[in-house]
Design a protein around this ligand. Structure first.
Ligand SMILES: NC(=O)c1ccc[n+]([C@@H]2O[C@H](COP(=O)([O-])OP(=O)(O)OC[C@H]3O[C@@H](n4cnc5c(N)ncnc54)[C@H](OP(=O)(O)O)[C@@H]3O)[C@@H](O)[C@H]2O)c1
Length: 340
């Protein structure tokens, strides 16, 4: 199978490429050349900016991809451009989306004034009515956050008359190469010798959806390789939903941290206000991709956490703002509790 990947060279892309190459598929990646990840031998690169995609139509036509996998469609325009350029050239089109399309995410961020949505979310759960969730009054039209929304992007992908579309909605992804450094705030505390971690009760009980990058990549590769994915929307997430306290305990076990977790009722933290609405859980049911495409995790949670920790320790972020997290208290507030 000939596969053209738009993006594919930063975090989740490289393990997808490796899965496809290992299965004998011929892969071309299209990107600007700013990311420098090593890809397997035989993978072709086409360098360019997707904002000028029309210029590359002759090259894409020569490649004649059976499947296009768009790893970097962030807004409606991205999908309009890609489907316009690739219609009549490609056999199928797959877009990588996010579980932030759901109403539950709007409730979680406080953008939607409705009671918590039922979870786990299924692929047909209500979508957000509040569009452009990252836009703030200060965002300028040229900013990424202004146009970012996967809902209209998905709408374009799923309604092409001549290009069967698939959408795959991802959870919070962790693993080697995670440029968001999702585990760093916890590891920084542990490696800094902190004796305890204080968690507001609402956070301790909150359940989100997570996926290890190699597992997520395998699921994406399955949608590429299996024609039954045409016209379908899939979730992918770790099979076992766990709350934040349990997740941190498992991380603590992996790193051998023997400190204490102290769960404090929110009411005893007058100086803290929840950054998001933790009454809204954010779990997804990934049964569909398991039943229809035979997906199952390649790596169990313990090994996934172990590998992520090893990578994170070897690759601390240069931007120290990443040491803070919505899921942990500010360290100075935590110090007050630990000293009492
Ligand atoms: N990470 C998560 O937790 C998470 C959660 C939910 C959804 N997702 C979705 O997962 C997808 C994959 O994310 P990822 O960062 O792992 O993707 P990736 O495909 O590994 O990296 C992004 C790719 O896009 C390319 N790119 C960026 N701007 C470009 C442009 N203007 N023209 C051409 N190429 C461009 C980058 O290469 P160059 O810089 O070299 O151009 C890179 O290859 C994204 O759609 C993301 O929204 C991620």
């Amino acid at each position: 199978m000939r596969v053209l990947i738009l993006g594919g060279t930063r975090f989740i892309g490289p393990p997808v490429v490796r899965c496809l190459v290992a299965q004998g598929h011929s892969v071309t990646v299209f990107h600007r050349g700013l990311s420098t990840t090593q890809l397997p031998l035989g993978v072709e690169s086409v360098f360019g900016d997707r904002r000028e995609l029309d210029r590359f139509r002759p090259i894409f036509k020569a490649i004649a991809p059976d499947v296009v996998l768009d790893m970097n469609a962030m807004c409606e325009q991205d999908a309009l451009d890609a489907t316009r350029v690739l219609s009549g050239i490609a056999g199928r089109f797959i877009a990588v989306s996010s579980v932030d399309v759901y109403q539950a995410y709007g409730v979680l961020l406080g953008l939607e004034e409705s009671p918590p949505e039922p979870v786990p979310l299924v692929e047909d759960s209500c979508l957000r009515t509040h569009l452009y969730p990252r836009r703030t009054p200060d965002t300028k039209p040229e900013d990424f956050a202004y146009g970012y929304d996967k809902i209209p992007m998905e709408g374009v992908v799923l309604t092409q008359p001549d290009l069967p579309g698939t959408v795959i909605r991802l959870p919070m992804v962790y693993g080697s190469g995670d440029f968001r450094h999702r585990f760093y705030p916890f590891l920084k505390r542990v490696d800094g010798g902190r004796a305890g971690i204080v968690l507001p009760e609402s956070i301790a009980k909150w359940v989100g959806c997570w996926g290890y990058v190699e597992n997520v990549a395998l699921a994406i590769a399955l949608t590429v390789m299996d024609e039954r994915a045409a016209g379908r929307v899939y979730h992918i997430a770790d099979a076992e939903p766990i709350n934040e306290l349990e997740r941190l305990k498992r991380l603590a076990a992996v790193v051998g941290w023997s400190g204490r977790f102290i769960v404090v009722p929110d009411a005893l933290l007058p100086d803290w206000s929840p950054p998001i609405n933790f009454a809204q859980h954010w779990t997804v049911d990934s049964t569909r991709i398991r039943q229809e495409l035979g997906y199952t995790e390649a790596m169990n949670m313990q090994e996934s956490l172990k590998r992520t920790v090893a990578w994170q320790r070897a690759n601390p972020p240069s931007n120290l703002e990443l040491a803070t997290s919505d899921f942990l208290l500010d360290e100075s507030l935590e110090d007050l509790w630990l000293s009492t």
